[in-house]
Write a protein that binds this ligand. Structure first.
Ligand code: GLC
Length: 787
């Protein structure tokens, strides 16, 4: 009855009922007009407006909208100004062509199809000849040709295998506790991937924060892959750099790079949901010191607050300053959690301020949105607005920053509420900037992290804050580290975690980590030990568990495990100069710290095999092969044409390009070093603030090929490095002259190391070895070792 009435009304209104119920897709159509603009073309086609613009010689932006575009905005990119120089910009009868120094873009006119090749003329990526860009309702998609040997890597925090080929993924930031090994989506959205085929590679960043999808040839014809979003624009950046490193560099030039992290945050972090008193936290910190287990951070989860009210402390912490001083006194920093939900409670400062100043997200009728999280019924800050981000940032002053807290953990920012889905129509922004949850959700976590980072940085008098977030959008690396949320205490989850971290790192976010031991569950001593040994090679090194599970401080298993963990912690602290130098690369080029093997060994088939897909490089020269705790042997693939040493043994050389079965006892994770590498290390310290023995140990592994290592150091605490206050030198190993040379120092910072010691590996007995130090432009031989 109701249906037929609707049909009648629709008929009267002249609408076509059957076509509304059975919608067909809409194609771009043919070219109507074209205008050459700076670094590209603007096109009007039958059903859309398109622009194709060079951002630099290896980055092309392609944007298609059904309405004439008037706003141009991004949650990931701060500067949308194109800067590409074109060599060719022509308009022929059938085609438009633009060429940069590196790329050749051809736009076929009727129908519109875009194809990009490199300067050798090799095809990198082309629209599917039959499909190209199209709409289905508001969903916009782009269909691309899929090559027979094509592989896909990246897409940020996505479960599953390293190679994304044949899979379908969605971006819709979600709180998924104890997620399944193939759960999708989980917490974050980084719509950036790299495609690899026929000895070429390219990257695509689809900058659309609405619910989006990527289908890498799954469930569709093997000739096509496609991606799209349920709303918004087809707006993507194409990266045609000839190496994965160059693609990452261009992607992070666009979306930003990590600032240098606070050194203390790279130490071991001890966390647990449930620590709820200063005495308990201090006791645990003291036990680390008594047992000589190096550590830097105690983490306060939600129990430190008064009824989970953000920017408050529970009355169990009557003297926060005293508590902080006690911890600082034994070399600990504190990281505290904050969630976005502000409890609805009369008299609670943050609630009152938020309501009074109109800072919370609303329904379209103006009512404030209410969702329930830890504190009960809550309102949620509208982080899209600058004044709200400023308010949030300033709110850390009295409760946190004035008490000496320098670490801020942002959680539940998908945003999450019990019952999971917020209504899509909730509104953010004001006036012409208004938008709904649908386009804000995937960016909400990044916006919160931005508000936290910018605010605490402002308050901290030049000190670097440490921010950690669960939800994120592309570009979050400018503000925050990210962890992989509520994982589970199983071997499979540990190994999945490695892949998540490697994929997030490839996708521009270098400061990543997972809950060691698994958030949900009780790991065996073996699993915990193995997890610690793998995570010693993870930028964020944090033990965390949920309230319902056993306490898991490292000494609670048995003495043997405590001893093993001590060794792992000591090794982490010894590697700090290497880790920090690797972060310098991330800061300046986007090259991550943990590097999946396709970054350096893109065209070696074996690196994509399931059995080897978890392996990764940790900075330059070190290759880590994760192993389940239940295995004490493993098959590893050692890539490339160079040889490899095992870190724990100098006497065996393994040839690259082959796989080997190697021992993998719990006490010796298989880690390899590339021949000819130089890796700087330091003495064991109990925390990053403790003085080391003053010697920088330069480990050198003999090889037929040389290497160049950029050693970097600064004060680890402030932003003085932006004013040239750093200590940077190139350290080169030359196999022909059997020498290591140190370039002149760049920067004005005085190194904390006053001595240098060379530690030789694999040189045998019969060599003499030289160390050359370039001082005042003169190469000086400071050491001649006869061994
Ligand atoms: C969320 C976080 C977890 C935290 C818990 C309590 O589940 O992911 O790490 O411990 O909330 O705050």
């Amino acid at each position: 009855m109701k249906k037929s009435l609707l049909a009648l009304l629709a008929l009267l209104a002249g609408a076509n009922v059957s076509s509304q119920n059975h919608r067909l897709s809409e194609q771009l159509g043919n070219l109507k007009s074209v205008s050459a603009v700076k670094a590209g073309f603007n096109l009007t086609v039958s059903n859309a407006f398109i622009s194709v613009i060079a951002y630099n010689s290896t980055t092309i932006r392609i944007r298609a909208t059904r309405q004439k575009p008037n706003i141009d905005e991004s949650f990931a990119i701060d500067n949308l100004t194109p800067g590409g120089e074109l060599k060719i910009q022509t308009n022929n009868a059938n085609q438009l062509v633009l060429a940069t120094d590196s790329l050749h873009v051809t736009i076929q006119k009727n129908p519109i199809r875009i194809s990009i090749s490199n300067k050798q003329g090799k095809e990198l990526c082309s629209d599917d000849a039959g499909l190209g860009i199209s709409w289905y309702g508001d969903q916009v998609s782009c269909y691309k040709k899929l090559h027979a040997d094509e592989k896909f890597i990246g897409l940020g925090e996505k479960t599953g295998g390293l190679n994304r080929r044949g899979q379908y993924y969605q971006h819709w930031n979600s709180d998924v506790p104890a997620y399944a090994l193939d759960a999708d989506p989980i917490y974050s959205t980084v719509p950036f991937f790299v495609g690899i085929h026929n000895d070429v590679c390219y990257g695509i960043f689809f900058d659309n924060s609405n619910r989006s999808y990527f289908n890498f040839g799954g469930g569709a014809d093997e000739n096509v892959f496609h991606f799209g979003a349920n709303d918004g624009e087809m707006n993507y950046y194409f990266f045609g750099g000839s190496t994965v490193a160059q693609i990452i560099k261009d992607y992070t030039q666009l979306t930003g790079r990590t600032p240098m992290p606070a050194l203390w945050s790279l130490g071991f972090q001890q966390s647990r949901w449930g620590y709820d008193s200063p005495e308990q936290i201090l006791n645990i910190a003291k036990t680390f010191r008594e047992k000589k287990l190096p550590a830097d951070v105690m983490v306060c989860d939600i129990n430190y607050m008064d009824h989970y009210k953000i920017f408050t402390w529970s009355d169990k912490f009557p003297d926060v300053k005293g508590f902080m001083n006690n911890l600082k006194g034994i070399g600990f920093d504190v990281v505290t959690i904050v969630d976005p939900g502000i409890k609805i409670e009369k008299g609670y400062k943050s609630y009152e301020e938020g309501v009074k100043n109109n800072y919370f997200a609303k329904y379209p009728n103006g009512d404030l949105y209410v969702g329930s999280v830890w504190p009960g019924r809550c309102h949620f800050p509208d982080f899209t607005r600058t004044e709200v981000r400023n308010w949030w940032g300033n709110s850390f002053k009295t409760s946190h920053v004035d008490n000496g807290i320098r670490g801020f953990w942002n959680d539940m920012n998908e945003p999450a509420a019990w019952g999971r889905e917020f209504p899509n129509l909730i509104e953010f922004g004001e006036g012409k900037d208004k938008q709904t949850l649908y386009s804000v959700k995937n960016a909400y976590g990044s916006l919160m992290a931005r508000a936290t980072y910018e605010g605490t940085k402002r308050l901290m008098n030049g000190q670097r804050p440490f921010v950690l977030t669960r939800a994120a959008y592309a570009g979050v690396q400018k503000y925050s580290a990210q962890w992989t949320g509520d994982n589970a205490s199983t071997d499979d989850h540990m190994l999945l975690g490695v892949r998540l971290l490697n994929s997030m790192a490839l996708s521009g976010i270098p400061y990543v980590g997972m809950d060691i031991g698994g958030f949900m569950g009780n790991p065996s001593a073996e699993l915990f030990t193995r997890w610690m040994s793998i995570s010693a090679y993870s930028p964020l090194f944090r033990n965390h568990t949920a309230i319902d599970f056993h306490y898991r401080e490292p000494w609670l298993f048995n003495d043997q495990t405590t001893d093993r963990i001590r060794k792992i912690l000591e090794q982490r602290y010894q590697m700090m100069p290497h880790l920090y130098s690797a972060f310098y690369q991330a800061h300046t080029t986007g090259m991550p710290v943990n590097r999946m093997l396709p970054i350096d060994y893109t065209f070696e088939e074996d690196v994509y095999k399931r059995e080897f897909e978890n392996e990764f490089m940790f900075g330059d020269g070190m290759l880590v092969c994760p192993v389940a705790s239940t295995q004490n042997m493993i098959s590893v693939y050692l890539p490339g044409e160079t040889k490899w040493y095992r870190l724990s043994q100098d006497n065996i050389l393994y040839e690259g390009g082959k796989s080997y079965n190697v021992d993998a006892p719990l006490t010796d994770l298989p880690v390899f070093v590339k021949e000819g590498s130089v890796i700087p290390m330091q003495s064991v310290v109990q925390n990053t603030k403790e003085k080391c023995d003053g010697t920088l140990y330069l480990h050198v592994w003999k090889g037929e090929t040389g290497s160049e290592y950029v050693y970097y150091e600064d004060d680890g605490e402030t932003y003085q490095y932006e004013q040239n206050s750093f200590y940077k030198r190139k350290i080169s190993y030359n196999p022909e002259t059997n020498s290591v040379s140190l370039s002149a120092v760049e920067g004005t910072y005085k190194s904390k190391f006053s001595k240098l010691q060379i530690v030789l590996h694999g040189f045998g007995k019969q060599h003499s070895f030289r160390v050359q130090d370039l001082i005042n432009g003169q190469m000086k031989i400071v050491l001649n070792l006869n061994i």
